[in-house]
Design a protein around this ligand. Structure first.
Ligand code: TXA
Ligand code: MG
Length: 355
């Protein structure tokens, strides 16, 4: 067990950020310590990307397996040539279109990047976030910042400072509180070291948008799989772990809307009668159709941005309420829906009932 330390939450005023606001955080990072900070996707748990000790502390704080590599966050494009040993033209094209923003690019790593940061891989994941607090922190520290999502390993990613505190209090000295994040799902990851550009994790930047720049981009099969098929090995090591999981058992129902509602209602009625604490995760359009007492709407099916922004928070709320069984509707897998379903499937351990 590591010793408990006091975790401070520093509120950041986005309308008037000052350099001084970042001095403490930057100092902690330069000394090899950890700071949680907001990005436009989810909160990150940052440490100096070039310091093996800092990487080790990140793994320890999250309780994360150390073969699961970290994303290196940068504030300037020039950093890419320092962190990568080869930068294909495709990388610059993607950077031109999508950086700063929620896209992570995997390249061959340079000597500068320690194995401790990449989980022993010869490649490095690089992202230039757009969130101004993230950018200012990178600049003020003068470092490249390795940052996984700031949740305890296996739990839903954190979209608010309070979630970070729930998971990591006592393990890190400082959380920069920039309020709720914008997007709510982690970045899209694309690997440029595999021959064809391969999307390892769907995210806010969709397949369609990526293909607009790189028409030959494809999905890694594991990234869009609907089963925990052991024959498919995920290329992003992190995608193989059970993830985002609430404490209760989450089950996804798939089929036409009426059948899904009917099946979930039958099941919740039965489970409630058995004294189980049940909950339903629905879209706004169908929330009124359920008999269960605890129904949460993630948002309208016409507004996937809202569903994405709410998903992880709702999974955490179910935990707080002690839900033992959570029945969820499924969502369309086009554009942002692909990322939403990817996270939901993982949270459910790929448990889908087709009706
Ligand atoms: O939006 C995001 O990407 C957030 C924010 C904080 O930037 N970060 C994030 O990090 O989601 P994390 O560690 O939770 O997820 C990183 C994923 C993992 O699945 C990891 O296996 C994969 O990226 N990854 C990192 N480096 C890789 C590499 N060199 N090759 C393949 N996959 C890699
Ligand atoms: Mg994560």
């Amino acid at each position: 067990m590591t010793e408990e330390i006091e975790t401070r939450i520093q509120k950041m005023d986005r309308s008037s950020l000052r350099r001084e606001d970042f001095f403490k955080a930057a100092e902690i990072l330069r000394n090899g310590g950890l700071v949680a900070f907001p990005t436009e996707t989810v909160y990150g748990l940052g440490g100096n990307a070039l310091d093996t000790g800092a990487a080790a502390r990140i793994y320890a704080a999250k309780g994360r397996p150390s073969d699961n590599p970290l994303i290196v966050h940068i504030a300037d494009r020039e950093a890419v040539v320092r962190l990568a040993s080869e930068v294909p033209e495709e990388a610059w094209k993607l950077a031109e279109r999508f950086w700063p923003g929620p896209l992570t690019i995997i390249l061959k790593k340079s000597e500068l990047v320690p194995d401790g940061t990449t989980g022993g891989l010869s490649t490095v994941a690089i992202r230039m976030p757009s969130d101004e607090i993230a950018v200012a922190l990178i600049r003020e520290s003068g470092l490249y910042i390795a940052a996984p999502s700031a949740n305890a390993s296996g739990r839903p990613s954190t979209t608010r400072a309070e979630h970070v505190y729930q998971d990591l209090a006592g393990r890190i000295p400082l959380i920069l509180d920039g309020g709720p994040v914008n997007i709510g799902l982690e970045s899209t990851i694309i690997d440029l070291t595999a021959g064809v550009p391969m999307i390892l994790r769907p995210g806010y930047i969709s397949m369609e948008q990526l293909q607009d720049v790189l028409p030959n981009a494809v999905y890694d099969r594991a990234a869009v799989s609907r089963t925990a098929d052991s024959g498919i090995v995920a290329k992003a090591p992190g995608m193989k772990y059970r993830h985002y999981a609430p404490k209760g058992k989450l089950i996804i129902y798939e089929g036409d809307q009426e059948s899904v509602v009917r099946a979930i209602n039958e099941e919740t009625k039965k489970q409630c009668a058995d004294g189980r604490r049940v909950a339903v995760l629905a879209a706004e359009e169908t929330r009124e159709c359920y008999i269960c007492e605890n129904v949460k709407s993630a948002g309208s099916r016409r507004d996937e941005e809202t569903i994405a922004a709410n998903l992880f928070e709702l999974l955490r709320e179910f935990d707080e309420e002690g839900a033992e069984l959570i029945y969820s509707e499924s969502f369309e897998t086009v554009q942002l829906g692909q990322a939403i379903m990817n996270r939901l499937l993982k949270a459910a351990g790929y448990h889908i009932v087709r009706v």
